[in-house]
Design a binder for this molecule. Structure first.
Ligand SMILES: [Zn+2]
Length: 53
């Protein structure tokens, strides 16, 4: 099995909407283009929770 798949599955980054190439395994998803965006999103969420959003 194998060969080139012309298109790799991508998802938009939750922070900046940049296309993020997904790893071949189904079990893991990458929602962010980089660690910094993931971290930012977590911080944002923590702030919203703190403000009782
Ligand atoms: Zn991003």
């Amino acid at each position: 099995m194998g060969g080139d798949e012309g298109e790799r599955p991508t998802r938009p980054c939750r922070w900046c909407d940049a296309p993020v190439v997904q790893p071949s395994s189904r079990w893991r998803r990458r929602n962010y283009c980089g660690k910094s965006h993931r971290r930012r999103f977590r911080i944002l969420r923590a702030v919203l929770e703190f403000l009782d959003w």
